[in-house]
Ligand binder design. Structure first.
Ligand code: SF4
Ligand code: SF4
Length: 309
C-alpha cells in the first residue's frame, strides 16, 4: 500500500507545477500523512486484512481524482443555473452526502506542495452512524470511519463527473489525503464549526461526519454570509469533555493559533499511538455532547444557563 501512496503523492505534487492551479504558498500547512505516519506507531490494531477491501477502494478513488483531471473541458462554463444546482445537490444526496456548502479557497488552505484546479469549492459532509461511533474504540467504529471516507471519495468523484458532463471543469477532493484543509472551508461555507476536539461540529450530525470538497470553475455558487454555529466555541470553552477523556492527552488545553489564522487543537504525535493501536480511537467524537444531545436543545440550555445570546 505504501508503494501506491508514494505514486499518488508524486502525481499530486506534479499538479503544483502546472499553470492555472491554485497553489500552496509559504503559509500553507503541511499535510499529516496519516497512512504513512501510522506505520511508526506499532501494531495498527484493526487496520489489517479486514479493512483491505475498503482501503483498496479508497486508493482507487484517490487515483481517479488525479486521472480524471485530463477529462476537463478546455473552455469550461463558469455559471451554474438553479436547475443544475438542484440536480447537483440531488445527486450528492442520492449517494449519501449530507449537508452541502459553498465557499472560495485561498492559497494558504492548500497543503504544502499541493494544488487545486479552482478556488471555487463545493464542501460535502457525510454522516457516520451513531450506533457505530458509540462503540468507539472498536473494529465496528473503525469500519464506519473508513466506510465514510470511501463513500465520500466516491461521491466526490461522481460530482466531478456530473459537472464535466455539464461543461464545467472540476477537481474532486478525496476526504483522505485531500489537497486542501477542509475544516476551515466547511466553516467559511457556514455548515459547521471547529470544536475543541479539532473535529467539526454541525447542527445535523454533531461531530459525527467527515468532509470532502470538489473544486470547480463555477463562480456563482450561493455562498454563506454568516456562520450561525460560532457559539460552539463558547460551549467548548465550558465543556472541555474531550480534553479530559482523550486517552493520549492529545487535545490541547490551549489551542495554537498560527499566524495565518489556522488553529491546531490536537497534537498528532500524541493522538496517533491511540488512533493506530486502538481501532482509530474516536473517543473524542463519542463523548462529545453534540454526539449525544440534540444540537438545538444544547444551544437552548446553554443560552438559558449563560444568558449570553
Ligand atoms: S482520536 Fe483518541 S487519542 Fe486522538 S484526539 Fe481523539 S480521543 Fe484523543
Ligand atoms: S467534547 Fe465538549 S469541548 Fe470537546 S468538542 Fe465536544 S463540545 Fe467541544
Amino acid at each position: 500500500m505504501k508503494k501506491f501512496m508514494y505514486v499518488i503523492f508524486e502525481k499530486e505534487n506534479s499538479l503544483s507545477e502546472r499553470d492555472g492551479y491554485v497553489k500552496f504558498n509559504e503559509e500553507s500547512p503541511v499535510r499529516y500523512e496519516i497512512m504513512i505516519e501510522g506505520e511508526k506507531y506499532g501494531k495498527r490494531t484493526g487496520f489489517g486484512p479486514r479493512v483491505a477491501p475498503i482501503m483498496a477502494s479508497v486508493i482507487r478513488n484517490q487515483n481517479k481524482v488525479l486521472n480524471t483531471l485530463k477529462k476537463n473541458p478546455q473552455n469550461p462554463r463558469i455559471e451554474i443555473n438553479d436547475e443544475e444546482l438542484k440536480e447537483l445537490e440531488r445527486l450528492a444526496k442520492k449517494h449519501g452526502a449530507g449537508v452541502i456548502g459553498y465557499t472560495k479557497i485561498s492559497e494558504q488552505l492548500v497543503f504544502k506542495n499541493k494544488a487545486v484546479l479552482h478556488p471555487n469549492a463545493i464542501v460535502l459532509s457525510f454522516e457516520m452512524q451513531k450506533d457505530k461511533i458509540d462503540t468507539a474504540p472498536s473494529v465496528k467504529c473503525l469500519h464506519e470511519v473508513l466506510r465514510t471516507y470511501d463513500d465520500l471519495g466516491i461521491v466526490s468523484n461522481k460530482i466531478a463527473k456530473f459537472l464535466r458532463r455539464k461543461g464545467f471543469s472540476a477537481h474532486a477532493g478525496h476526504p483522505l489525503m485531500g489537497a486542501a484543509l477542509y475544516p476551515p472551508m466547511a466553516q467559511s461555507a457556514g455548515i459547521a464549526w471547529l470544536g475543541y476536539s479539532g473535529i467539526m461540529i454541525s447542527p445535523e450530525f454533531g461531530p459525527r461526519f467527515r468532509l470532502a470538497a470538489v473544486f470547480t470553475s463555477i463562480e456563482n455558487f450561493p455562498e454563506a454570509e454568516v456562520n450561525e454555529q460560532s457559539w460552539i466555541s463558547d460551549y467548548c470553552n465550558k465543556c472541555r469533555k474531550c480534553i479530559k477523556e482523550c486517552p493520549g492527552n492529545a487535545i490541547l488545553d490551549q489551542a495554537i493559533e498560527h499566524p495565518n489564522g489556522r488553529i491546531t487543537h490536537v497534537e498528532n504525535t500524541k493522538c496517533m499511538p491511540h488512533f493506530i493501536n486502538e481501532y482509530g480511537c474516536s473517543i473524542c467524537i463519542k463523548v462529545c455532547p453534540f454526539n449525544n444531545i440534540d444540537y438545538y436543545k444544547l444551544k437552548e440550555n446553554f443560552e438559558k444557563k449563560f444568558e449570553t445570546y
